[in-house]
Write a protein that binds this ligand. Structure first.
Ligand SMILES: [Ca+2]
Length: 517
């Protein structure tokens, strides 16, 4: 009898522990730079995300991989991109595949950008596009709903179709169909917005809201954002604002018609982020209405820094015309990445630094509004979810043999403690490379010369110390090649030795001839 009572008590304890496991809403924006949210220095209106940061926790040194697909692999698997088998995920288990057996419902809405589809990798439900980028008004032929092809309608739920809205609509449908309330099983909802990735497209009223706001140009805006980052304590004053890149002209030197064009494309970029924030607000409202907001771990991050690629075509069309295809380039890209250098694809801080906002009233013990300076990486999500979801990291999933977990749980940071961080953080995309070891960072752009920075003194990477500490460069580069070859298993090309010179990086291109089309 006694044993039976004890056993029932044990079951009771188990049930209570299980009841406390949080829901997880993981949101990733696309090509959104370090400074693009209000709470990271921006003038773009993001009140919903700012409130999450104010009541939760912000990271000042959170890293992605500087590129779309590789960041998604790290986020999903807790491994470095090639280590996980890159797009194929052949050596990685996904967060959905580990949380599902632990009793979580697993849903995803938005951009996939990897092999097969999310429903092949543990997500019970999925709506979105498998492609890396597509038209925000007319989509493409890669849209899927729960594994089946999905045709883009003219309107969805009474509104003209627009991907950012639609992603949220389906995320809300999943919550509704799952009958989510405070008694239901926990869920993982991964929302991958395609905004503000190009093409820069947004409904007319959303763009008009920002009319005239960028007329002062990029030089002044970088100053303004930097000043806000310093005032709010996000960036210590000792980190100087990086100077305007040599391939970007001074705002004062470009002519008036160019200024008008440049300001307009930033208005659209801002509108796209504004709309992401409004849609995050819809998710928050719904979770509150379902009385599950308090026990939901909400995470918001981005996959890479601001994008430098000039790919505009259809410059003569308005950005709410589905036939338009605008991009911004390195000039505003550098604003997005304030105060850092370089862009999407580069492993300098401008490419790999992401906002990370964490909000979870029942779980975060750090003081509301804390800015943590502890370095962390996308690979840490898996370890965090295993811990809070009481899930198991598998050795195999189906026929896939899974590599040992690389990330470390963020839970100690959420609880306001110092965690034992990563001994090294490794970065690679193409021939862009970096290795971070405590305060030291070794980095090379486009297979160019290794640069060495002391991130405690110089996070904006202005003072290259490689000539001063050749042995450290030697040691760290050896370690980079060792990880690249043996752990990440990158291809041969990515292992080519670094050259002596930094290759010229040129991004700007004149598109004014398109106006005559
Ligand atoms: Ca991206």
């Amino acid at each position: 009898m006694k044993t039976r009572i004890l056993f029932l008590l044990f079951l009771g304890v188990l049930a209570t522990v299980h009841a406390k496991r949080p829901n997880i809403v993981l949101i990733m924006a696309d090509d959104l730079g370090f400074s693009d949210l209000g709470c990271y220095g921006s003038e773009i209106e993001t009140p919903n995300l700012d409130r999450l940061a104010k009541d939760g926790l912000r990271f000042s040194q959170f890293y992605n991989t500087a590129k779309c697909h590789s960041s998604r692999v790290c986020l999903l698997t807790g491994l470095y991109c090639n280590q996980a088998g890159s797009n194929s995920l052949s050596r990685g288990a996904t967060i959905a595949e580990v949380l599902r057996p632990a009793g979580y419902s697993t849903w995803m809405a938005g951009k996939w950008h990897l092999s097969n589809q999310p429903t092949d990798f543990g997500f019970q439900r999925y709506w979105g596009h498998l492609s890396g980028a597509c038209n925000f008004f007319t989509g493409d032929n890669t849209f899927r709903l729960d594994g089946r092809k999905w045709d883009i309608p003219k309107t969805l739920n009474g509104k003209p179709f627009y991907t950012t809205h639609a992603i949220t609509d389906f995320a809300l449908d999943f919550l509704k169909d799952g009958k989510i309330d405070s008694n239901s099983d926990p869920f993982l909802l991964y929302v991958a917005y395609n905004a503000p990735h190009y093409p820069l497209q947004a409904p007319e009223d959303a763009v008009k809201k920002y009319k005239g706001r960028y007329d002062a140009g990029w030089d002044q805006l970088r100053q303004t954002r930097y000043a806000k980052q310093v005032t709010t304590g996000l960036i210590p004053k000792k980190f100087k604002l990086s100077p305007r890149a040599p391939h970007v002209p001074a705002w004062d030197e470009i002519n008036d018609s160019e200024k008008a064009w440049e300001a307009r494309r930033m208005e659209v970029f801002a509108a796209m982020i504004d709309l992401v924030d409004q849609n995050v607000g819809r998710l928050i409202d719904d979770l509150k209405r379902r009385k599950v907001f308090e026990n939901t771990l909400f995470l918001f991050c981005a996959d890479n820094g601001g994008c430098p690629f000039e790919r505009t075509r259809g410059r003569n069309l308005e950005p709410w015309d589905p036939k338009s295809y605008w991009t911004y380039d390195a000039s505003w890209g550098q604003v997005s990445n304030t105060p850092f250098r370089l862009y999407k694809q580069n492993q300098h801080e401008g490419g790999i630094s992401s906002p990370l906002i964490a909000h979870w009233p029942n779980g975060i013990k750090a003081k509301a509004g804390t800015i943590t300076r502890q370095p962390a990486h996308l690979i840490d999500f898996m370890a965090t979810f295993l811990e809070i979801g009481q899930a198991r990291y598998p050795k195999t999933v189906g026929k896939r043999k899974i590599d040992p977990l690389q990330g470390k749980s963020l839970l100690p940071i959420l609880e306001g403690k110092e965690r034992k961080g990563h001994e090294t953080l490794y970065f690679q995309f193409g021939t862009d490379r970096a290795l971070r070891k405590e305060n030291w960072k070794l980095v090379s752009a486009k297979g160019g010369k290794w640069e060495l920075y002391d991130l405690d003194k110089d996070r904006t990477e202005l003072n290259d110390l490689s000539d001063k500490y050749p042995e450290r460069v030697n040691e760290m580069s050896k370690e980079w090649f060792d990880i690249a070859k043996n752990k990440d298993r990158v291809g041969k090309k990515a292992l080519s030795p670094a050259r002596g010179q930094i290759k010229d990086l040129s991004f700007r291109k004149d598109t004014s001839s398109q106006l005559e089309e």
